[in-house]
Design a protein around this ligand. Structure first.
Ligand SMILES: NC(=O)c1ccc[n+]([C@@H]2O[C@H](COP(=O)([O-])OP(=O)(O)OC[C@H]3O[C@@H](n4cnc5c(N)ncnc54)[C@H](O)[C@@H]3O)[C@@H](O)[C@H]2O)c1
Ligand SMILES: O=C(O)[C@H](O)[C@H](O)COP(=O)(O)O
Length: 378
């Protein structure tokens, strides 16, 4: 069996090595010829999976995308051809949630404010939005959720309209899929009009898809509104973001909000499980055995923590400042954006750290073990 896999998908050898011969490819430049004799195709978000790519792939039995988003895949085409397809919903939700939370801690420290007391609006309350809300609520913040689709589907959580969210939130974090049609389409959800409605000093984070914000309108807006702070992980025109916009963002990264080792491993593992099911095989490999040991896996804290100390702890699993610095140095070079993504193999999730021995001898109203466990630490 011939398995074609994106070279940036980790753990493919360990999980798929027994199932067939693996050929690694550059997902962004994949051609119809390269996939013409494939039995299995494993992609990431940079590969357009459509008739143009697959019409000659007559042996194809399975397509998997180790992503939550499916905007790069023509699922109707695969269904018409009877080719089983799976994506990996939820695989990187914790990573995106923690990215958003850590970015907020970083912004708070950089602007000399406390994150405590802020109201955070989450647009899109699916896997990643809910994961972000979980961290924020664990930290005691008020969270407003906007998700008209979930509301219509009968989700029992409390939702607000996008207008209410914009009017009330100090921080807005975007977690919607990119959709171009329908009542709730998200293409340019934040256009010039919406941007102009942002409250003074709003922090705006985009960890979903670049085109959810009109990037040109955002440049114009931000040039007049220095009070607004931006954290941008996704961009219109990837892998070539607009340099003016990178310069205007407080933190800028190359679409790696979901790139914890745990998130990547979960994504590949979900495809492995699904392919085994399609082939009628037992999926007998284990996910945890894939992950390397983390050098800070055991930490003792002697007192409750301050917000600054929580940020120090968070930087052990993910130092956003490093990625921001690296990104500014490389995004404008040929392949810089993609190379940084390819080499991104160092980030962990909170649950890689076991925190022990928080001994509160006095009540300090700081960050205690209960809060840290709710945030995701072991
Ligand atoms: N930056 C990254 O590394 C990264 C990682 C994971 C996901 N993503 C992107 O983030 C998107 C969201 O991921 P997810 O796992 O949370 O997906 P999800 O499908 O679980 O959740 C998306 C939510 O958005 C809601 N929604 C749709 N249209 C909306 C609208 N107009 N207003 C408000 N809510 C709306 C949906 O009802 C759904 O609940 C993905 O589609 C993907 O494009 C990016
Ligand atoms: O949709 C997703 O799951 C994310 O955008 C994903 O993390 C993108 O990463 P890629 O597939 O491009 O490696």
């Amino acid at each position: 069996m011939k398995i074609i896999a994106d070279e940036n998908m980790p753990y493919v050898d360990a999980l798929f090595g027994d199932l067939g011969e693996i050929e690694y490819v550059n997902g962004r430049t994949l051609t119809p010829e390269q996939v013409s004799d494939a039995d299995v195709l494993l992609v990431r978000s940079v590969t357009k999976v459509n008739a143009a790519l697959l019409d000659k792939a007559n042996k194809l039995k399975f397509v998997g995308s180790a992503t939550i988003g499916t905007d790069h895949v023509e699922v109707d085409y695969l269904a018409r051809r009877g080719i089983p397809f799976t994506n990996a919903p939820g695989c990187n939700a914790t990573a995106v949630g923690e990215y958003a939370f850590i970015a907020m801690l970083e912004l708070a420290q950089r602007s000399g404010e406390s994150l405590q007391g802020k109201v955070v609006g989450i647009v899109g309350a699916g896997n990643t939005g809910t994961a972000a809300a979980k961290c924020l609520q664990a930290y005691g913040l008020q969270v407003l959720l906007c998700d008209p689709v979930k509301a219509e589907q009968g989700d029992k959580r409390e939702f607000v309209s996008i207008d209410t969210l914009i009017a009330q939130a100090d921080i807005i974090s975007l977690h919607v899929p990119i959709t171009k049609d329908g009542e709730h389409k998200t293409w340019y959800l934040f256009d010039e009009t919406r941007l102009n409605q942002l409250k003074p000093n709003t922090w705006l984070l985009n960890c979903c898809r670049g085109e959810v914000i009109d990037n040109r309108a955002l440049i114009k807006f931000k040039q007049q509104r220095d009070d607004v702070k931006l954290v941008l992980d996704v961009w219109e025109g990837e892998p070539n973001p607009m340099p003016e916009l990178v310069a205007l963002a407080e933190f800028a990264t190359p679409h790696i909000a979901g790139y914890s080792l745990e998130g990547k491993a979960r994504g590949t593992f979900m495809l492995y499980q699904k392919l085994c099911a399609v082939l009628g095989l037992e999926a007998n490999k284990s996910l945890t055995s894939l992950l390397p040991i983390f050098q800070f896996s055991q930490i003792s804290a002697q007192t409750e923590l301050t917000e600054a100390q929580l940020l120090t702890l968070s930087r052990l699993v993910y130092d956003l400042r490093d990625d921001d610095r690296k990104f500014r140095g490389c995004f404008n070079t040929s392949s810089g954006f993609d190379l940084m993504r390819k080499q991104h193999t160092y980030r962990r999730e909170y649950n890689a750290i076991s925190l022990t021995q928080i001994q509160s001898t006095e009540q300090r109203n700081g960050i205690n073990q209960t809060m840290l466990t709710a945030l995701g630490f072991n």
